[in-house]
Design a protein around this ligand. Structure first.
Ligand code: HEM
Length: 412
């Protein structure tokens, strides 16, 4: 049986134009959770729905090596990182990441973050207004470096580099090239620290990512090359700073849905549901990508070895077959969510250890909870008129004003 197929030479431009909604639009028009298109001049299969996600995370059927487009590897991922590994090599490397995600470690990150929010808010009292997206990046970068045991030499420069890594993958021209330069500079910076840890010149905290990753032995029993450790340490720092995108969207939700903000003030236990709904509702990553490992057949459709395959992350979070009225912001939908690893997938699906589900999902949830609680219960501020709109085609998306807060004061 032949798969539903989008006719035409190449649909990369449509992907850039329709952005987050590209796959879901076509899933709806084909009435199918699987279809074929052409992207970057190559045949691509798009998968969606619970069944599509479950198939995508079957490691006997899909691999990651060589799957991600070069512009993503050269900016967001870095070369040789966990995202590009498969099988035993991936399992061992992923275990290294998950080993630092203990309850105690996460509590430590909470405390570091609280301290940074406190310090920053004292500064903000001196200003008429602040831009939350940018300010939260500074907070997150300081807390992330402390947590990872990374001495932060030049706060502004390094925070800017992290931002470029996640803002540049889909951008064009200069902005994209700035992302590539930021990657090589940031890797140089961390690689040098790895050398210092290894020769005893830097006593990085025992449980922090810098030390744990510098001492980690890969599946061949050898220490990882310095450059790879740098890539993996950046796989901690960069995404923690990227949580600033969710913080900006959360602040937007607090403003646009004041009834939800009131509930959070009462502390009625709804913060987790609010965080989950922010992660479901707002756009972050449109899709993730793999390659068919070897020929197989699914539902009568042929999957040929090497075919690029995309999983519709944004689309699954907005799929009307999976969510009632998906385009409404309604945190209480999580009261009776059945916790499937394949429907709610803003940070990937499946399992953490064997699959590529985001290693930092718990970190993200916690950082968001601490930050939102601080905004709601520890600060008072006004929200001046600004452009709250966000685009479905710029990736990553972001409220245009980056969320301006005025007259920020600590609550008494
Ligand atoms: C992987 C999203 C935060 C570390 C991923 C994937 C997505 C994602 C979509 C790929 C899933 C796949 O390909 O199947 C996000 C979003 C975040 C976030 C939206 C919010 C800012 C974090 C944080 C950390 C982190 C805070 C670390 C502290 C990782 C790592 C991987 C990953 C190491 C690769 C996992 C693997 O390949 O096995 N993330 N992430 N992420 N994420 Fe996150």
């Amino acid at each position: 049986m032949s798969m539903p197929k989008e006719e035409g030479l190449d649909h990369s431009l449509a992907f850039l134009k329709e952005g987050y909604e590209f796959i879901l639009h076509r899933r709806k028009s084909f009435q199918s959770n699987v279809f074929e298109t052409t992207l970057l001049g190559k045949k691509a299969i798009c998968l969606g729905g619970k069944e599509g996600a479950e198939l995508f995370y079957d490691t006997d059927k899909f691999i990651r090596a060589g799957a991600a487009p070069n512009r993503l590897v050269k900016t967001l991922f870095g070369e040789g990182g966990v995202q590009t590994l498969d099988g035993e090599q991936h399992r061992k490397r992923k275990a290294m990441f998950m080993s630092i995600m203990t309850k105690t470690q996460l509590q430590q990150l909470d405390q570091l973050l609280e301290t940074e929010w406190e310090k920053a808010s004292e500064q903000w009292e001196k200003n008429d207004q602040i831009t939350l997206y940018k300010e939260s990046q500074k907070i997150l970068m300081k807390a992330a470096c402390d947590w990872a045991g990374v001495p932060l030499d030049d706060e502004e420069k390094r925070t800017d580099q992290m931002r470029c890594l996640f803002e540049s993958p889909a951008s064009l021209g200069l902005a994209h090239w700035k992302g590539r330069t930021s990657r090589s500079d940031a890797e140089d910076w961390i690689a040098e620290l790895v050398e210092q840890v290894r020769n005893g010149d830097l006593h990085a905290t025992k449980e922090g990512a810098l030390r744990v990753f510098s001492e980690h032995r890969d599946s061949d029993g050898k220490l990882l090359p310095q450059r790879i450790v740098a890539v993996e340490v950046l796989n901690i720092l960069r995404p923690i700073v990227a949580i600033s995108i969710y913080i900006a969207f959360a602040a937007l939700a607090l403003h646009q849905f004041p009834q939800e903000s009131e509930r959070l003030k009462k502390g009625d236990g709804s913060i987790r549901r609010f965080v989950q709904e922010v992660r479901r509702f707002y756009p972050f990553f449109p899709a993730t990508v793999a390659k068919v490992k070897q020929d197989f057949e699914w539902k009568g459709y042929q999957f040929k070895e090497g075919t690029m395959t995309l999983l519709d992350l944004y689309g699954n979070n907005h799929d009307p077959n999976l969510w009632e009225q998906p385009d409404l912001f309604r945190p209480d939908r999580f009261l009776d969510w059945k916790e499937s690893p394949f429907d709610f997938i803003p940070q990937g699906g499946g399992v953490f250890d064997m699959g590529h589900r985001c290693a930092g999902e718990w970190v993200t949830i916690q950082v968001m909870e601490v930050s939102i609680d601080f905004l709601v219960n520890r600060l008072q501020y006004t929200v001046p008129k600004q452009d709250y709109s966000y685009s479905y085609s710029s990736m990553p998306s972001m409220p245009k004003s980056q969320i301006i807060l005025a007259d920020v004061r600590k609550q008494n």
